[in-house]
Design a protein around this ligand. Structure first.
Ligand code: C2O
Ligand code: CU
Ligand code: CU
Length: 428
């Protein structure tokens, strides 16, 4: 913490070698280390500054996914950090407690930079958080899920041959660890799940059928917990769950075939038939007690009534509204102080999701997919949009106007994003 009260983080994007299950010499990238980066944490109302130093030898960026902040601080494709340079964005945390994350966003290179290991969590707290498991690493545990493909001892960056979704790996890392397990020492454990994979969609459940409480989505806590047995996350999405694993039991969090709502071949070549083990919970024979999940978690801010409707057709794997990303074209101009309805329709037949920078939206309606799913009741910044489906997203733009620097919206399957499935909006 600096003298003026600003919370300062020093991050260096660097190259290294890691043991990801194929010997110690796998070339990887990391933030302040060889693979992935530190968990950053700040409280609502705090001023933060991040000194981002680039030592990877290539231009990159670092984007704060899910953060409400000025566009010039967002770390998108316009805030590139040259090799050897340091970029120091600062902003005030002004949103509810949530599990956010950071990753590079250089146009055309996001997929490879994230795949090599540049990513980490950015946790936000609030002073009046409800009573929940919150001892980091003990009963409040990050679960960054990624799939990898290897060619000998090195990461294989080639995409799947028949699918156009990009890299689908057959080996799972949790927080950079293959074959991960967690020694559970408390009655309840809170897992902060992040799908930090390039393309894979997971459908999480426990092999034992253990139920869990969903307590939060991308943008923060739900109004009240929802008991579930399975939970689907597409790339970029997060969920917070609280699990009660009985003393002395082992329960494997795994992913079974997700419901992609795509046709036979799309499903098959987008990982829709795959099952993988993710994380084993090993509960001790005696567990320390911790608080049960409260019935009431949060009150969601009212987003108001929409006065503007925009439509976004996901027209291919390289275009939105029949246009590929152009760094020099502003696609949408939003006026601050308005609530908007964004209607996103996937007419491409291909598997996509949709992510919007700066805001947390509410899914108010969807056709062609179940709308009543608990994961859609919370605030989100990324949502799966199956082929043929339309989702209607309610979002409010309050502040951080800048006519010159755009925010992005895009598909978060990183190959699609790199290939042009992205657009730019300014808030004026
Ligand atoms: Cu997670 Cu535009 O990014
Ligand atoms: Cu983002
Ligand atoms: Cu896509």
């Amino acid at each position: 913490v600096a003298e003026d009260g600003t919370r300062v983080f020093d991050l260096t994007m660097q190259r290294g070698t890691s043991d990801l299950g194929h010997g110690p010499d796998t070339q990887t990238w990391g933030v302040n280390g060889d693979y992935l980066g530190p968990t950053l944490r700040a409280t609502r109302g705090e001023n933060v500054r991040v000194n981002v130093r680039n030592e990877v030898g290539e231009t990159s960026t670092l984007h704060w996914h899910g953060m409400h902040l000025p566009a010039a601080m967002d770390g998108g494709p316009h805030q590139s950090v040259e090799p050897g340079a340091t970029w120091s964005p600062q902003w005030t945390i002004d949103q509810p407690a949530a599990t956010l994350w950071y990753h590079p966003h250089l146009h055309g290179s996001t997929a490879s930079h994230v795949y090599r290991g540049l990513a980490g969590l950015f946790l936000l707290d609030e002073r009046d958080d409800p009573e929940l498991p919150d001892e980091y690493g003990v009963d409040d545990v990050p679960v960054i899920v990624q799939d990898k493909k290897f060619d000998g001892t090195q990461l294989d960056e080639d995409g799947a041959i028949f699918a156009n979704v990009g890299i689908l790996g057959d080996e799972i890392l949790v927080n950079g660890t293959p074959g991960a397990f967690l020694d559970v020492t408390t009655e309840r454990v809170r897992l902060r799940l992040l799908n930090a994979s390039n393309a894979r969609i997971y459908n999480f459940s426990f092999d034992t059928g253990l139920p869990f409480d969903l307590i939060g989505t991308d943008g923060g806590l739900l109004e009240s917990p929802v008991a579930l047995r399975s939970l689907q996350l597409s790339p970029g999405e997060r969920a917070e769950i609280v699990v009660e694993a009985p003393a002395g039991t082992r329960n494997v969090l795994r992913s079974t075939p997700p419901d992609l709502r795509a046709d036979f071949w799309q499903t098959r070549f987008s990982g829709g038939d795959d099952s993988v083990d993710v994380l084993e919970l090993r509960a001790a024979d005696t567990l320390e007690s911790n608080e049960p999940v409260p019935a009431r978690l949060a009150t969601l801010e009212d987003l108001g009534e929409p006065t503007v409707t925009r439509t976004f057709d996901l027209t291919s794997s390289t275009e939105i509204n029949n246009r590929a990303m152009d760094m020099n074209r502003i696609d949408e101009v939003v006026v601050a102080g308005t609530t908007e309805l964004w209607e996103v329709t996937n007419i491409s037949g291909v598997v996509h999701n949709f992510h919007v920078h700066d805001v947390q939206f509410q899914v108010v309606e969807a056709t062609g997919m179940p709308t009543d799913h608990p994961t859609l009741t919370g605030r989100k910044d990324t949502v799966y949009v199956p082929p043929g489906a339309t989702v209607r997203l309610l979002m409010r733009f309050d502040d951080h106007t800048d006519p010159n620097v755009p925010y992005m919206y895009h598909c978060h399957l990183l190959r699609h994003e790199d290939d042009g499935m992205m657009g730019q909006f300014v808030v004026v």
